[in-house]
Design a protein around this ligand. Structure first.
Ligand code: SAM
Ligand code: SF4
Length: 473
């Protein structure tokens, strides 16, 4: 067996999700003291990652005053570490062919009611035209799992996206959500310069995983579990993990996410860039999605957001438009750092909305507001909407940690860069109302800066006014 094959062979690696240990921790930490909860959240506020036992204890906090302690601490940590920037992106579905049969997904192979489609080159351009005309700069490209979507196909698609120009419009960062690849496959994809490679384990609970993934390559829990290890081995050091909530006990899934983070940190010295925690949404002709086996209530969902925030203070958290505007607002306060906006998830549906769109979609969205509406609301609520891609383009990927590890980095670089990308949006794409509210936000952010920094940023803002683009620190 060659070395490459040996590393890819997962039979000789043990799962890093210790099912027995997780169940034991969740059992032995039941009915915690409020004092203990207070101690644990204090540790989080010192910006330290929690141990699995501490996370299990927070998951078992059921008393209202304990839950309130957790919410308050999560809000504080969010403000202290991430400040008021929110990164915005849009999902771009490239194709919904799929050879797997995930019971919850509208794209599953046996779903005969879904319209199968893969974007042609012209259709991809039309989608990019629609997205860049609205002001989007960051995408996540999404694929079903199918031999058509080979690493070369994925890489070529991304290359086309980067080379697309629409006046001032261009895509500056492409993240990927696709099937787990071989190490060689990842190398091909890495060459074109991707942002984050995301794979969601769906459920970390092995028996549940087996039950809902009966067919195709995704039936192998272990191949998927080590999917991001292979990405790292191929040199992609920017990865995103996730679990699909609603398949198994939410507390077990949060523990799974924590053990996954710990594993990547221990093996590669860097944890995941982002964590996603989608809840199952309805999908065409998909009974399991209509009635998930272990539904997570809104209250539980807020708790899990806050507990993830407190458990891994430095990891980005993504909350997509699967959720309603209200839940998204709460999520932002409790720890979410990235959201999509103006999303459309039918294949080809940014440029061509038709009555059949729903049949080309993986599931149904909860937040269908336009990018402009979301940008306006964020600004109104004191958040800086950001399309910043400065670190990634300066080669500082996988080191997002630096943003937080270097004292003052966020204030020095992240906030000014967020303001610059926001200003660019206001000049090129915003409605009058958003422009008015946005300019006011920029003014108030400038006032918060030390004089020297403010002068630098004001100069850069003037460059944007004068027609320069992609100005960053
Ligand atoms: N086909 C690849 C895969 O499964 O990894 C790529 C991504 S799939 C198109 C994106 C993610 O959508 C899945 O990993 C799953 O977590 C999520 N998903 C699938 N069905 C869903 C549903 N009904 N509601 C919400 N999210 C869903
Ligand atoms: Fe295919 Fe991914 Fe949907 Fe599963 S979740 S059926 S692999 S598109």
């Amino acid at each position: 067996m060659t070395l490459l094959r040996r590393i890819e062979s997962i039979e000789d690696r043990e799962s890093f999700i210790p099912h027995g240990e997780i169940e034991q921790l969740l059992n032995e930490t039941k009915n915690p003291d409020t004092e203990l909860i207070r101690e644990i959240v204090e540790k989080s506020l010192q910006k330290e990652r929690l141990t699995p036992k501490e996370t299990a204890t927070l998951l078992n906090a059921e008393k209202p005053e304990q839950i309130e302690l957790i919410f308050q601490a999560a809000r504080k940590l969010k403000e202290e570490i991430y400040g008021n920037r929110i990164v915005l992106f849009a999902p771009l579905y490239i194709g919904n062919q799929c050879i797997n049969n995930c019971s919850y997904c509208g794209f599953r192979a046996e779903n005969t009611q879904v319209i199968r489609k893969t974007l042609s080159e012209e259709e991809l351009e039309a989608e990019l035209h629609a997205l860049t005309s609205k002001g989007h700069k960051r995408l996540i490209v999404v694929f079903g799992e199918h031999p058509m979507y080979s690493p070369t196909f994925i890489a070529k698609t991304i290359e086309k996206i980067y080379s697309y120009k629409n006046g001032h419009g261009e895509i500056r960062r492409v993240n990927v959500n696709a099937a787990p690849q071989t190490i060689e496959g990842y190398r091909i994809i890495k060459q074109v310069g991707i942002g984050t490679f995301q794979i969601f384990q769906e459920t970390y609970h092995l028996p549940t995983y087996k039950k809902y993934h009966l067919k195709g390559p995704k039936a192998s829990y272990m191949y998927r579990l080590f999917g991001l290890d292979r990405a790292m081995l191929a040199g992609i050091d920017d990865v995103g993990i996730g679990a699909l909530f609603g398949l198994y006990d939410w507390k077990f899934e949060v523990m799974g996410l924590m053990y996954h983070t710990k594993h990547l940190e221990e093996r590669f010295g860097v944890g995941p860039h982002t964590i996603s925690f989608p809840r199952i949404e309805p999908a065409v002709n998909t009974p399991l999605a209509q009635r998930p086996p272990k539904p997570v209530s809104d209250e539980e969902f807020k708790r899990l957001i806050a507990i993830i925030r407190l458990s891994v203070p430095y990891t980005g958290m993504i909350l997509t438009a699967r959720e309603s505007p209200d839940i998204r607002r709460e999520g932002l306060r409790l720890g979410v750092s990235q959201i999509d906006a103006g999303s459309s998830i039918g294949v080809g549906s940014y440029s061509n909305q038709d009555p059949e769109t729903i049949k080309k979609s993986q599931f149904i969205l909860g937040d269908t507001r336009s990018l402009d509406e979301v940008m306006r609301e964020l600004a109104q609520n004191g958040y800086i909407p950001s399309f910043c891609t400065a670190c990634y383009r300066a080669g500082r990927t996988g080191q997002h940690f630096m943003e937080f590890a270097i004292p003052g980095f966020v204030k020095e670089f992240c906030t000014p860069n967020a303001l610059l990308t926001f200003k660019e949006y206001l000049i090129d794409y915003a409605s009058e109302e958003t422009k008015r509210i946005g300019e006011r936000l920029i003014e108030s952010e400038l006032k918060k800066m030390p004089e020297e920094r403010r002068k630098v940023v004001e100069k850069l803002l003037q460059k944007l006014e004068a027609g320069e683009r992609d100005v960053r620190l």
